[in-house]
Design a protein around this ligand. Structure first.
Ligand code: HEC
Ligand code: HEC
Length: 279
């Protein structure tokens, strides 16, 4: 069983420390990703819904860097990926590929629990998750970049389950000791429930954040759209900050991810083009 304090959580890793100090070159990261990663993790970073390959799109760069550095140093064993991880030239290349992955939207349609009693299991998993996992992974599965807590939202159910079993049973050795301690007491059925719930989480990263100028920008975009209905809505609603919540409430913002096949750009990136948007 896991839970030993010997887990080499965040063991001092010079390469990781260096990568974290550098600034990522998204373009170079994209090239490396195409050359060495996308054959398995797929061009959009979304891995495999069966859970053998994790989804990486929108993951915190610090998390990607830590996992890559751990895999390269052998701290996290990953024989399938190891030779490809070693193709990355140096710490700069680690940072760049992580920066590139962060520009991709977290998917919504990752692998879910599809066995019997889904609703009951998900409800049970939610109780357990909110009891002992939420303080690190956050209620919507956002994690925390500065602490290396991964984004769990958008990850495939089967991958989540496998990782939790591996962490519990000591096969994934690079995990936070507090998490190892917490997870040690769960049996397989409980982990299934937690993973089923986690696979339903929707990260903030998929939602548009309220920023100055947001409303104006949105209004311009919608005005440019051909629908008279949308124009009227914006004229009526787009007078205050609350608009964003109203628009969100109307479900208009939720339309976007579907138009973009389940992905939405991370905050700060440009919104969807008018072609993609319909009220
Ligand atoms: C041969 C297939 C393969 C290739 C190529 C590959 N990976 Fe992976 N990767 C995997 C597998 C399988 C895992 C999960 C292993 C496990 O179960 O622990 C993984 C895990 C990861 C993780 C950890 C994710 C997490 O949530 O903990 C990161 C980050 C990652 N890969 C990045 C990359 C990058 C960057 C490249 C290119 C340099 C790459 N991978 C190339 C198969 C691959
Ligand atoms: C003390 C903070 C903390 C707590 C509490 C915690 N975790 Fe984690 N969790 C982490 C960190 C840090 C990682 C990344 C581990 C690593 O570096 O390999 C992680 C990784 C994971 C992963 C693998 C994600 C991936 O992409 O590979 C899963 C799944 C997970 N945690 C689930 C849980 C569950 C379920 C609980 C509650 C029972 C929990 N965690 C409690 C910090 C925590």
């Amino acid at each position: 069983m896991g839970g030993s304090r010997n887990d080499k959580w965040n063991e001092k890793n010079a390469e990781m420390a260096e990568a974290l100090r550098l600034k990522g070159d998204v373009q170079a990261g994209q090239e490396d990703y195409k050359a060495y990663c996308e054959a398995c993790h797929l061009p959009n970073g979304r891995g495999n819904p069966h859970g053998s390959i994790p989804q990486l799109a929108g993951q915190h760069p610090a998390v990607v860097i830590k996992q890559l550095a751990d895999i390269r140093s052998g701290l996290r064993s990953n024989p399938k990926m190891y030779p490809f991880a070693m193709k990355l030239r140096d710490a700069q290349a680690l940072e760049s590929v992580a920066a590139y992955l962060a520009t991709l939207g977290v998917p919504r349609d990752s692998g879910k629990y599809e066995g019997p009693n889904a609703a009951k299991l998900i409800a049970a998993g939610k109780v357990l998750y909110n009891r002992e996992c939420v303080q690190c992974h956050q209620s919507n599965g956002d994690g925390a970049a500065e602490k290396f807590y991964p984004v769990l939202a958008g990850q495939h159910y089967r991958y989540l389950l496998q990782q939790m079993v591996d962490i519990r049973d000591g096969r994934r050795r690079n995990s936070h000791p507090d998490m190892v301690r917490v997870i040690a007491k769960y049996d397989d059925a409980q982990l299934v429930a937690i993973a089923a719930y986690q696979a339903t989480l929707v990260t903030q990263q998929r939602q548009w954040t309220v920023q100055p100028g947001f409303c104006k920008e949105t209004a311009n975009r919608i005005r440019a759209c051909s629908s008279a209905l949308a124009r009227n809505k914006v004229a009526r609603l787009c007078s205050s900050y609350r608009t964003v919540r109203v628009i969100r409430g109307l479900g208009m913002l939720r339309v976007w991810p579907r138009r973009q096949q389940g992905t939405l750009p991370n905050k700060g990136r440009q919104g969807p083009s008018r072609r993609n948007w319909r009220p």
